[in-house]
Design a binder for this molecule. Structure first.
Ligand code: HEM
Ligand SMILES: [Cu+2]
Length: 569
């Protein structure tokens, strides 16, 4: 927003009454309030994270020693399949949707999502679909991994695989409905005066994410439906014994599942862009570059899927195309990272839990990004394909990127969602354990991969034993690290210090209402008085200004005190 524009606008209405607190059981009911649904998503996702994490710990326990001596092979395969599936489809993606559900209407100044009932339906599809996946494990553990490639997925038992497909179709449908809702809310429900280039960056990132979901997910659904026909009705779309082509499945699967990494990480890129300026008291560096890079990442993300198929007989000339386009994604991603570093550079950084996880996010994600460029290179990928190097890479991206991002966002918005502050000491304990645990678990996997240890195995050459033991110890630290978070979240929600409306002195609209916000979010439609990240720029929320005055940067040149500006207009 230009100076001329904010001069002509009024002070934002700050609402001071606290709304009646929601009862805990209301969160178990069907609701159309985006805030209830947002919490429902987050809590459900975290519940499944604990299941996925338990499976991870069991997998690592099996891998603590070279022999396959803990569980039966089919159980091990089932654990591996469900671990991957749950972490992606029931933890990271729904957690991102939960954050978006809670924050998007608040950030654009709307009363609710565009389609509140559809929103409830989208959430409630997740519960039976998630339980179906868990059920498949107990009936007949699906064997074919989270990618479920044919022909393996067609020969290892119909029941488990069939339920697995059904569960995933439910989750995909939910995701599509949610994306539609975000898109319409962001495009149609912004308060008057909020142009698309005034939106908070979290909204931009959800715009990009929703586009990807709407383009990619139907293709995955198509692949799964055809796979189900092959499995249950004896067709041969992908079944080579009947003349089908399993490679076509890989194309369809990765056309969704590569973009899926951006579906997971873009919302958190957005969240990080919200967190950094607030906790370093500085205007965001490069708003437009960060905003448009999300769109660029989405677009490029849609044309790189066959980098997962370098070893699937893809012709050499085509591999070049996918190698180059993949590497080009490093450019918009790098733009974001530079924008973030430029934002915190010279800022007044408060190292609270949200900020620690945000900084952890950046550093871990950069490592994952670098190994990503490495595996994008065809000769290197052929060498490390299906080794632990790839496992290390996905976990730096998905754990370092997504999980750290989710934690950062939860700590940042916890006061808004619950009306209470988290306990920072426990937040820092949580961060330190997570950071050490993650690097201990996944860093040695790079080396294991380079040495040639295959992924998806229960048994391995004894020469890999030492490094595997380090990974397993790390995974136990990670498992323990969730305890301080869980205890902190529950305890602080119940007994934490009252947060007030705007404990971080943020400038985006979600901070201009009570914590937690009342039923329709704002008692008076909020009015924009500045850009979302104009820290130290003068006229904004008077509450924020008063405190900032003592601590912060002088006014920019040409600054006119707000009272005079208004008097003159
Ligand atoms: C305590 C933390 C974790 C541990 C110890 C762990 C461990 C593992 C192991 C050993 C595998 C098997 C790799 C293979 O041979 O295929 C695996 C696979 C996988 N993990 Fe994790 N994991 C953890 C957390 C996560 C998280 C938080 C995510 C969420 C994004 C995740 C996503 C995946 C995926 C998608 C796969 C499938 C890889 C593949 O087979 O293609 N993991 N994990
Ligand atoms: Cu990919």
């Amino acid at each position: 927003m230009t100076q001329a524009e904010w001069q002509s606008t009024a002070t934002p209405p700050v609402v001071h009454e606290t709304p009646p607190e929601r009862k805990w059981w209301e969160y178990f009911l069907f609701s159309t309030d985006h805030k209830v649904i947002g919490i429902q998503y987050l809590v459900t996702a975290f519940f499944f994270y604990l299941i996925g994490g338990t499976l991870a710990t069991a997998i690592r326990t099996e891998l603590a020693t070279p022999a396959s001596d803990l569980v039966a092979p089919d159980v091990y395969n089932g654990m591996l399949t469900l671990h991957g599936t749950i972490m992606i489809f029931l933890w990271i993606i729904p957690a991102g949707a939960g954050l978006a559900n809670y924050m998007i209407p608040l950030m654009v100044g709307a009363k609710d999502m565009a389609f509140p009932k559809l929103n409830g339906v989208a959430f409630w599809m997740i519960v039976p679909a998630g339980l179906a996946l868990v059920l498949s494990f107990f009936l007949e553990p699906p064997q074919a991994g989270w990618t479920s490639y044919p022909p393996l997925s067609l020969v290892s038992g119909k029941v488990g695989e069939g339920i697995w497909i059904l569960g995933l179709l439910g989750l995909g449908t939910s995701s599509i409905l949610g994306a539609l809702n975000f898109l319409v809310t962001i495009l149609r429900m912004r308060v008057p005066g909020m142009g698309i280039n005034d939106m908070p960056l979290f909204c931009w990132s959800m715009l990009a994410t929703s586009g990807l979901i709407l383009i990619g997910t139907p293709v995955l659904a198509g692949a799964l439906i055809l796979l189900a026909f092959d499995l249950l009705a004896g067709t041969a779309f992908f079944n080579p014994t009947g003349g089908g082509d399993p490679i076509v499945y890989q194309h369809m699967f990765w056309f969704y599942s590569h973009p899926a990494v951006y579906i997971m990480i873009l919302p958190l890129f957005g969240a990080i862009s919200e967190i950094l300026p607030v906790h370093s008291r500085k205007p965001l560096f490069g708003y437009r570059a960060i905003a448009y890079s999300s769109i660029a990442i989405s677009f490029l993300g849609l044309i790189v899927w066959a980098h997962h198929m370098f070893t699937s007989g893809t012709p050499a000339w085509l591999r070049m195309f996918f190698m180059i386009t993949t590497m080009v994604i490093a450019v918009p991603t790098g733009i974001k990272v530079f924008g973030w570093l430029g934002t915190i550079w010279g800022g007044k950084i408060s190292l609270n839990s949200a900020m620690l996880f945000a900084l952890g996010f950046i550093s871990m994600f950069v490592i994952g990004g670098i190994t990503g460029v490495m595996v994008a290179s065809v000769p290197f990928d052929i060498h490390v394909h299906d080794t632990y190097f790839v496992v290390a890479h996905i976990h730096y991206v998905l754990f370092g990127g997504s999980v750290f991002g989710i934690y950062a966002a939860v700590y940042h918005w916890f006061p808004k969602m619950t009306g209470r502050m988290v306990n920072e000491t426990w937040g820092i304990v949580h961060f330190v354990l997570t950071f050490i645990g993650m690097n201990l678990t996944f860093m040695p996997m790079h080396e294991l991969g380079l040495l040639g240890m295959n992924r998806r195995v229960a048994m391995y050459d004894p020469k890999f034993a030492d490094l595997n033991m380090i990974c397993t110890v790390g995974s136990y630290i990670l498992a323990v690290s969730t305890i301080p978070f869980l205890v902190n979240a529950v305890w602080s929600w119940l007994y934490g210090e009252k947060a007030g409306n705007n404990p971080w002195r943020g400038l985006t609209l979600e901070w201009m209402t009570t914590s937690p916000p009342p039923i329709e979010n704002f008692e008076v439609t909020p009015v924009l008085v500045s850009g979302p990240y104009d820290y130290g720029m003068g006229d904004r929320n008077p509450e924020v200004d008063a405190e900032e005055q003592e601590t912060n940067v002088e006014s920019p040149p040409g600054f006119i005190p707000p009272e005079e500006a208004r008097a003159g207009s």
